[in-house]
Design a binder for this molecule. Structure first.
Ligand code: FES
Length: 110
């Protein structure tokens, strides 16, 4: 398929989105996401959302600001469980399990 790639994570082109709008009578960003997978990639739409929204708004003839963003599934990015803990507020056993993880995460950042 030709066209300009708008969603690099899922390799969705402008032609894919136009075809989805024509074929499925799409009227929302969520429907575009479900049908084409645009915005379902690793970046969860951070790179392509504005491009896809601009195209959908243009094809539908509406203001881009009127299109609601598609639903996002959490977590958007994998997060170590240790980041949800608050050292000092948990039991001693939990702290002893968390401390080595925190030390190793500090080592990776440097
Ligand atoms: S570029 Fe579309 S989900 Fe990442």
């Amino acid at each position: 398929m030709g066209g300009v790639t708008l969603c690099r994570c899922e390799l969705v082109t402008d032609e894919d989105i136009k075809a989805a709008i024509d074929r499925w009578n799409v009227h929302s960003m969520n429907e575009v996401k479900l049908i084409t997978r645009a915005g379902k990639g690793a970046c969860q739409g951070r790179c392509c959302f504005s491009l896809v929204r601009a195209l959908v708004a243009y094809v539908l003839g509406v203001d881009p600001g009127t299109l609601l963003p598609p639903r996002v599934r959490l977590p958007v990015r994998p997060v170590p469980v240790v980041l949800f803990g608050r050292p000092g507020t948990t039991t001693g056993d939990t702290i002893s399990m968390i401390a080595p993880l925190q030390d190793s995460s500090r080592e990776r950042r440097t």
